[in-house]
Design a protein around this ligand. Sequence first.
Ligand code: OXD
Ligand code: MN
Length: 595
Amino acid sequence: MTSNKKLLAWVEEWVALCQPASVYWVDGSAEENQRLMDEMVASGMATKLNEEKQPGSYAFNSDPSDVARVENRTYICTENEGDAGPTNNWMAPSEMKAILREKYRGCMKGRTMYVIPFSMGPLGSNIAKIGIEITDSAYVVVNMRIMTRMGKAVLDILGEGDFIPCVHSVGSPLAEGQQDSKWPCAPIEEKYISHFPETAEIWSFGSGYGGNALLGKKCLALRIASYMAKQEGWMAEHMLIMGITNPKGVKKYIAAAFPSACGKTNLAMLIPTIPGWKVETVGDDIAWMKFGADGQLYAINPEAGFFGVAPFTSMATNPNAMISTKANTVFTNVGITPDGDIWWEGIGHDCPEGTITWKNKVYDPASGEPVAHPNARFSAPAMQCPAIDADWENPAGVPISAFLFGGRRPSTVPLVYQSLNWNHGVFMGSVVGSEVTAAAIGLKAGVRRDPFAMLPFCGYHMGDYFQHWINIGKNAPDATKLPKIFNVNWFRKSDSGKWLWPGFGENMRVLEWIFNACDNAVETIETPIGKVPNKKDINLAGIEEVAADMDELLAVEKSKWLDECALIEEHYANFGERIPAELVAEFEALKARLA
Ligand code: OXD
Ligand code: MN
């Protein structure tokens, strides 16, 4: 398949260490995919879904100990501990590699080692990066085929060039004649999701699930890429990318960062409720951005699929996501109905009797246990999205007019506000916070600060990352063309606990205001925290009942913001000396405006 000497030598080295029963170079073809699926159905790992309802689709159930990203087992291994920063687990590269070499020794016995060449970004794009993942999981192979461009075509482009080596093992060797488990993995304390940003390497051991195992996504496209982006002057962000066209046919693209489980996929695929507006999807999770020759920032989606949270995705909440999953989709930890269809909480209809839960039991409503795991997922090809943007694979990317930040904030934070300038916008991103849910194991409930939604995904010191954002503004080829920066909060509640904003497709009304604010075509009201809309400029036609809540939705309460400042003080204290002076100045200015 290849004559790339570095690649051949690297694979040989890992074969010697992991001692697989065989080595297989993945070509990415449909036949190969079918063969792997058939093998996994035969072994009992996969269930083929009803061909009429879910053509080409399969369901898998993971081990109950392996259901999400494991942040407490995720490491950034830099030579100096200080360079990983206070928000990452750290170990010295040599120490981590010594531990892991022992774990990898013989770890693939009785299994096939798959070699997966993959491209993050459209094949051949100058923003794209090539990785090679070796893995002993066929589940990883079939998912990587959906989530990335992979196979022989990538090797052809790679030629003798360089690649990002990504090592993955489920960490569960098979002895001679040993029966395999349905979802092999290692115990939690033996899982390691390790990144070596300074040498651009990923070593993952012990988990077969999502971002722990599909190494192109969070590991490469965010943790390793964020470090590369800092070194090289570009941006790798945890952002969706969407195109918005107004009734006059004018189109703008925006990129938005929200912590996990804030509805990023829903927003990326929003169906506008106001006439004449159109939303198209470029990506739902990650954006890689570079300045173009015209001075504008351009974004690509490095992924080729959606790895979305299934529960509460429905034809009511996100029809485009539902339609995207209607064929050729891998489901993990969902329920399977007696007629071979999928089911999860919030899918929009009752659970058919006899449905098998993600724990392989017949659903018993009296058990109090859910049918689908709360972090159950679909892996669906992006091109199946009815609203996929015509330019989603444009190697040059799409021009970005605005950045949005946001999180789940029941109080304090208004529905929308705009930054006063770039540095103030960076400050807004640096203090993003949200209520946490189930996308990661081992988190305490409550509000956690998640700067730029990058807390679990930044491959270096978060203070240096803030500085990188400041520098992007400082070094922009044309400051007037920088994206404008906004914060949104769909989740504000009244004192009695009622959601004040209807959300979902109605969020288009806020996007309309943002779209117009990008053109300076709306009046803004300056408050101590930034510029909020004049409520008359938020289009409420058809949802007039919300008008009564608009003052509360847009309110900036001084006392709440003084409390918020105390929390920001604590948050900033974590970063010590590495908080950029520009952000300290922004924070001081905010406090002065509130005084
Ligand atoms: C995800 C996340 O995309 O946790 O799965 O952010
Ligand atoms: Mn994400």
